[in-house]
Design a protein around this ligand. Structure first.
Ligand code: CMP
Length: 138
């Protein structure tokens, strides 16, 4: 069964919409394999976003994602990576269609509510950055 890492970012917690977002994934048919609330250290955030280290927005991204707690979760199901990215909508919420998570809950590219792994390789690496094998209930 395919797995992916989702982060409900600090803005999802601030807005009080994390339950609604989790509900969408459960209703779609995904199984929650792991879930925890955590405030990231800069080290953990830099590791998670290592593909973006050379981007001009990197420091701002790490500042935001470490600013307060987030919810990290692993969901499992058929085509979990592709399906969850379609459910999330475009990275920039301005371009995200209504009905997608970012299209319904966000306006700002930094505060874009949710992160989801973009490939099998990223999912494997990102899941390991948040959960041990023992914490995954498949
Ligand atoms: P995410 O899916 O978590 O992956 C990388 C994140 O970088 C992305 O969501 C956005 O929140 C953030 N991001 C991408 N482009 C920009 C930008 N131009 N300015 C600020 N943040 C950005």
């Amino acid at each position: 069964m395919e797995k992916t890492l989702l982060l409900l970012k600090p803005d999802a917690i601030d807005k009080g919409v994390s339950g609604q977002i989790i509900d969408r994934f459960e209703k779609r048919g995904f199984k929650i394999a792991a879930l925890k609330m955590v405030q990231l250290t800069r080290n953990q955030a830099e590791l998670h976003y290592c593909e973006h280290t050379d981007k001009p927005f990197f420091e701002e991204l790490v500042d935001f994602i470490t600013s307060s707690p987030l919810i990290a979760m692993v969901i499992a199901g058929e085509n979990a990576i592709k399906a969850s990215r379609i459910m999330m909508g475009s990275t920039n919420p301005i371009d995200a269609a209504a009905g997608t998570i970012r299209g319904d809950f966000a306006l700002n590219i930094r505060k874009n509510i949710i992160h989801g792994s973009d490939s099998l390789i990223s999912a494997e690496r990102e899941i390991k950055n948040f959960f041990t094998e023992k914490e995954l209930y498949l």
